[in-house]
Design a protein around this ligand. Structure first.
Ligand code: ADP
Ligand code: MG
Length: 699
């Protein structure tokens, strides 16, 4: 149960002043939360400040400067009645010479007479300008009397916004949220807090939302760093709890002599690479040990992870147990089945597939066989972790393309057996610095080199205006027997429009290439997609127009050309994944990135990176860098993926400390029962990691 003291922070945003259902929707977009809570708003940190501390006399004011001046109101000059569009001007002075004209458009006379009464002193803050040689301020941001001035924040935070939501709205709501902010017990180690000069959690939030100095809101400020560290620790602690939970039951060793492995290796048309061999050795050693395995197999697209996974499965199967292989999409699951089935058959391994498509009697028979142990290896999609799927003795869960699945999904699959070993395959070349944040201290095997015989992919960026030349080139290639992908972008917000665009392109290309062309997209039925993929893999079709459904893992070694339309709309990692679909065989491959000119700086840099390298790690690092340069206002500022407050450039260096701290907590107070332990539970709630708390009790 969530500690009561946190309740005000977990209230709906509509509990704050000025936030009704309409604004709530805008906040949902701004904060990227379906039902945003007070805590989500508090974690929305300023992107900058307006500094109103400059307090010049009127004869010292610089044009363009944001100033706060004390002036005496001299005169109101209302527009003549027949010219209501003309501005309302108020003349003020401070005895130093120049006058200041306060200019209002469409303002009400009675309102202004009350706000700025003639003869009184007022504090006025805003941007001063010269107009016709006169000092003026159009719609001052603030007009207050002496008493109001005492409460006026001279350094005002500026927040990233979304369309329809004004800065004033956010500030007002934030004020309300800060009033809800309780004092919470310290969950950080006291000595560490002292050493780093961290303010307390609630004080840190107050500093950031009510800065006294502009640098108070810098990411490297003690306040921001404190919160970033809180976030990192919450993440590391949650991972540690998940991991401890998974390792709790002493694993069961699956001893094997390697008979099955030998049979599989014999039926492979190639020898394992050095890296594959090493990964296989690591994994089989892990599996034989009575501790639970939690291992990440990291390898760029095309590095050959599938066969390593199969050999891992073979080890537990030889010990008389079962393995599950979960893929993120239907296409991929079927492709794994197609790759694996012949090898498995040769080795005498019984394989089946379970996706959303297996239904009715067929499905029931399959589930029965699974429960009886008549299936050795079950390949599938997320359908695998559904409740009614029961294994006879699941020993190994393999999760492919892991970034698409959350921690709890991995867990749910691992829950289906007794001390299940977990092997996570990832093709997303996660920079080393980030492996930790996503996976905690999983063991890592890497496939650093691709199988031999691959040729470099010739990558070119070409403006869309030259699409006809590209079509000609594709035509020539197809004529000479090659196979090509043609990828059309699919942007979620306007799926229909994009789909229409893909269909249109398909029709147009079909006019030209006739029967040799096919189309796959996400709206097609699974069986239709498979059929299209199968025709392409068999060479019946040679040009496959596709939306990004082919992004992940699809393997047709004969495909040598990839055209990506509107490449500027894709992320770097995504383009790398797409390109990874070609260059898989011995043939020379070409990737043509069609872009709509003119390209922005970032888009240009992205395409240049792709042209220059095929190294997934380098691409991932560059991607992070480029994403770090997002504009300040309007968009969510880029941070560590999956993090709201921590930024890799600034706070990445704290990751190690957070990890050590989490490990220490784990070793001293695994059930979070001590005073600090209870405070840490609150931390986990605040950062949405409370799922992990349940695991403490679950044993
Ligand atoms: P990924 O790591 O992207 O999942 P795959 O497992 O799909 O890569 O392998 C990519 C291609 O490389 C497949 O066609 C596979 O048959 C082939 N392959 C895998 N290992 C080797 C190897 N040692 N030598 C030659 N080809 C290999
Ligand atoms: Mg793969």
């Amino acid at each position: 149960m969530r500690p009561l003291v946190l309740s005000p922070l977990f209230a709906s945003l509509t509990s704050l002043p000025g936030v009704g259902p309409k604004l709530e929707k805008l906040y949902a977009r701004l904060l990227d939360r379906e039902a945003p809570l007070v805590v989500d708003l508090l974690f929305h940190l300023p992107a900058g400040v307006i500094d109103r501390r400059a307090r010049p006399k009127l004869n010292e004011v610089q044009p363009g400067q944001v100033v706060t001046v004390a002036v005496t109101v001299e005169e109101h000059r209302a527009p003549p009645p027949h010219r209501s569009r003309a501005p309302y001007r108020i003349i003020a002075s401070d005895g130093t010479g120049p006058t200041l004209t306060l200019t209002y458009f469409n303002a009400r006379k009675d309102y202004l007479e009350k706000l700025l009464p003639v003869g009184e002193t007022r504090f006025v803050s805003g941007t001063a300008e010269f107009y016709d040689g006169m000092l003026q301020m159009v719609h001052p941001d603030r007009v207050v009397d002496e008493k109001g001035f005492a409460d006026l924040p001279l350094v005002e935070p500026v927040y990233p916004l979304t369309e329809g939501l004004a800065l004033g709205n956010v500030r007002r709501a934030m004020d309300g949220a800060l009033r809800h902010l309780p004092e919470l017990p310290e969950w950080q180690d006291e000595a560490w807090v002292a050493r780093e000069r961290f303010p307390k959690f609630s004080a840190a939030l107050r500093h950031l939302h009510r800065p006294a100095e502009p640098h108070d809101i810098a990411p490297e400020s003690p306040a921001w760093t404190r919160l970033a560290y809180d976030e990192l620790l919450a993440g590391q602690l949650a991972l540690a709890l998940v991991r401890a939970h998974m390792r709790r039951q002493a694993g069961r060793g699956s001893a094997s002599e390697g008979r099955l492995r030998a049979r599989i290796l014999k039926s492979l048309p190639y020898a394992l690479t050095h890296w594959q061999q090493k990964a296989v050795d690591d994994i089989t050693a892990d599996l034989a040990r009575p501790q639970r395995m939690l291992r990440l197999l990291q390898g760029d697209v095309g590095s050959g992870k599938t066969v390593v996974a199969l050999i891992a499965a073979a080890a537990v199967i030889e010990a008389g147990r079962q393995a599950a292989f979960m893929a993120p999409t239907e296409i991929l699951a079927r492709q794994h089945l197609n790759t694996i089935a012949p090898l498995a058959e040769a080795a005498g391994v019984r394989v089946a597939i379970l996706t959303g498509r297996e239904r009715g009697g067929e499905r029931e028979t399959l589930l029965d066989r699974l429960a009886l142990g008549d299936i050795d290896l079950l390949i599938g999609t997320h359908a695998l972790y559904q409740e009614e799927v029961a294994f006879h003795d699941l020993a190994l869960a393999i999760v492919d393309e892991q970034h698409r699945f959350g921690v709890h999904q991995r867990l749910a699959l691992a829950q289906k057996g007794d001390a299940v070993d977990v092997l996570v395959l990832t093709a997303t070349p996660i920079p080393r610095t980030l492996v930790l944040t996503f996976f905690g201290d999983m063991d890592v095997s890497e496939l650093r080199e691709k199988p031999p015989g691959r040729q470099p992919i010739d990558t070119r960026a070409i403006p869309l205006t030259r699409i006809e030349e590209v079509e000609d080139a594709v035509g020539r290639a197809i004529g000479s027997g090659q196979r090509a992908y043609w990828v059309c972008p699919l942007v979620e917000e306007s799926e229909k429009i994009d789909l229409a665009a893909a269909q249109e392109r398909f029709e147009e290309l079909r006019q030209r290439f006739g029967k040799k062309i096919d189309l796959v997209h996400g709206r097609m039925k699974g069986s239709e997609k498979d059929a299209a993929m199968a025709r392409f893999a068999a060479g019946e079709t040679q040009l496959l127009v596709a939306t990004t459904v082919i992004e992940v893992g699809v393997d047709v070694p004969e495909a040598t050309i990839m055209v990506v339309e509107h490449a500027e709309r894709f992320g770097l990692a995504q383009l790398h994944q797409l390109r990874g679909r070609i260059g898989r065989g011995p043939g020379h491959s070409t990737c043509l990135l069609l872009y709509k000119a003119p390209l922005g700086e970032t888009a240009k840099a992205r395409l240049a990176v792709l042209r220059d390298t095929e190294d997934g790690f380098r691409i991932a690092e560059e991607d992070l860098k480029l994403r770090g340069e997002g504009d300040l206002l309007g968009t969510r500022q880029s941070g560590l993926p999956g993090f709201r407050i921590a930024r890799i450039e600034t706070h990445g260096k704290y990751l190690g400390a957070a990890r050590d701290d989490a490990a220490l907590v784990q070793s001293r107070d695994a059930n979070l029962e001590s005073e600090r332990g209870h405070a840490l539970r609150q931390l986990l709630y605040l950062f949405g990691k409370d799922e992990a708390i349940k695991l403490i009790r679950a044993g």
